[in-house]
Design a protein around this ligand. Structure first.
Ligand code: ADP
Length: 459
């Protein structure tokens, strides 16, 4: 990651420097060109006006050559050198691109490398006019070393290099700091995932930042907490099941032991065997219950058109004797029918579970215990409300009660209570409701009572 950042920064810097240097060099050459073209034009003009006075022209060319730090040559139409500010080529015939072009009436320039030196060479035509007629008499050729311009470019290059190295070091330092602070939460998350995979369920990551990473950390912490909750539910579930299985097994062993010691009458055998049978029936029921809960995910529905009020009535009929035995009154009055599509037996099972809990978790401290059942409906949905004035559920436990194996009684509260259960009932209810694409909500105030609402969409 850091390597990629560094390469991007270095490439950007390099590109920037190349563009700056190139532009600067171009500007310098162009300025030099303009300056020399001006000189060449002045020389051509002066030559035109003083053609006869070769001494004057010589002096003038030498003076301009010195001033402009260049070599100036004046050539006639036959390309013969008439004046050379260095006095070397006078009388020689010269030929090059620039001269040829100027003798055709054009100006031309070019940059060349001669013996390792950069030279700017340009020429302008010498044009004389008589009346309307124009004639090309020759050309002025100027060449100048570009030493100064190139040494300035080199200086700029060195300065840029120094600035670049300094800026790069600073940029890399800040990139390093930024990359480190960006990847830090990811590293913490990675560490946390490893901790989870090692079995440290519930491991939390300290929140860093509020953006996407912050949200990811929140989700991770939530998942980790849920995993710990599920694990603790599983443990307490296995714990209570083992306990429930151990009790009848111990009873059976004790009965068999007492039968094997001494002589017992056939009547005693029959009585003991009946007790053993009862214990095995209890164990059988428990195993059935367990199998049922394991099959939860695979339940399939047998959907038929039903009257919800009818189903409610059936469930109330079944639970009433148990409720009356425990002094819990059930308030339910059948009104108009509510026709829906559902699996009658599964919905009845779900309602029975809720009613069974409402009786089981009654509050013995209250004068009267009741369960109130009502059905409310509007255009889009029907709501089946089962309300009790039992012990209620603490706010913190509310989100867990539909989890398999969760029991409030196991989480330290009222440990001494002898209320039986495995924490499966409500998870069965939730599965059945979910399978129907309905919704179940629970509201409860600890010490006051609970309200279970089943929302049935009416389409
Ligand atoms: P259990 O077999 O323990 O009753 P459930 O899954 O039916 O298991 O319920 C889970 C937990 O939710 C129970 O242990 C109980 O603490 C709480 N609970 C369920 N219904 C009620 C209710 N009507 N009033 C108070 N607590 C309830």
């Amino acid at each position: 990651m850091l390597l990629i950042y560094s390469i991007i920064i270095i490439l950007t810097f390099a590109l920037f420097c190349i563009i700056v240097l190139d532009t600067y060099q171009d500007i310098r050459i162009r300025n030099e060109e303009i300056r020399l073209f001006q000189t060449a034009n002045i020389v051509a003009d002066t030559y035109n006006r003083n053609k006869e006075d070769i001494v004057l022209i010589n002096t003038m060319v030498k003076s301009y050559g010195k001033q402009s730090n260049s070599r100036i040559l004046v050539l006639d139409f036959e390309k013969e050198v008439i004046v050379d500010s260095f006095n070397i080529y006078v009388g020689d015939t010269l030929d090059n691109k620039e001269i040829r072009s100027s003798l055709q009436g054009n100006t031309m320039s070019g940059v060349y490398t001669l013996e390792g030196k950069n030279v700017l060479q340009l020429s302008v035509p010498i044009i004389s006019s008589t009346g309307n007629e124009k004639r090309i008499d020759g050309a002025v050729l100027i060449s100048s070393l570009l030493d100064e311009a190139f040494s300035d470019v080199r200086n700029l290059q060195n300065t840029l290099l120094k600035v670049s190295i300094l800026s790069l070091t600073i940029a890399l330092f800040f990139t390093l700091v930024a990359a480190n602070s960006l990847t830090k939460p990811i590293r913490s998350l990675n560490h946390a995932v490893k901790q989870l995979s090692l079995g440290h369920l519930g491991y939390r990551v300290r929140k860093q930042g509020s953006g996407e990473i912050g949200m990811l950390i929140d989700s991770f912490n939530e998942m980790s907490g849920k995993l710990r909750q599920i694990e603790s539910n599983r443990k307490s579930f296995i714990n209570s099941i083992s306990h429930e299985l151990k009790t009848p097994l111990t009873a059976i062993r004790a009965l068999i032991d007492s039968l094997t010691i001494g002589e017992s009458s056939i009547q005693t055998y029959k009585e003991y065997l009946e007790d053993i049978k009862q214990e095995t029936i209890r164990m059988g029921q428990l195993v059935d219950y367990l199998l049922n809960s394991i099959k939860l995910e695979d339940i399939s529905l047998d959907i038929t058109v039903e009257d919800l009020e009818d189903i409610m009535e059936d469930a109330v009929k079944l639970i009433r004797p148990y409720a009356e035995k425990n002094n819990v009154s059930i308030l339910f009055r059948k009104t108009e029918s509510l026709i829906i599509k559902c699996d009658r037996n599964k919905i009845k099972e779900a309602i029975l579970n809720i009613l069974d809990n409402a009786v089981k978790y009654r509050d013995p401290g209250k004068k009267e215990n009741f369960i109130s059942i009502s059905i409310k409906r509007d255009k889009s949905e029907a709501r089946l409300i089962i309300e009790d004035n039992g012990i209620g559920i603490k706010k913190d436990d509310l989100s867990n009660i539909f989890n398999r194996g969760f029991r409030v009684l196991d989480s330290g509260i009222r440990q001494t209570s002898k209320i039986e259960g495995y924490g499966i009932g409500l998870s069965i209810v939730k599965s059945i409701i979910d399978k129907h694409n309905w919704e179940i909500i629970v509201e409860s105030i600890y010490g006051e009572g609970s309200r279970f609402i089943i929302r049935v969409p009416l389409r």
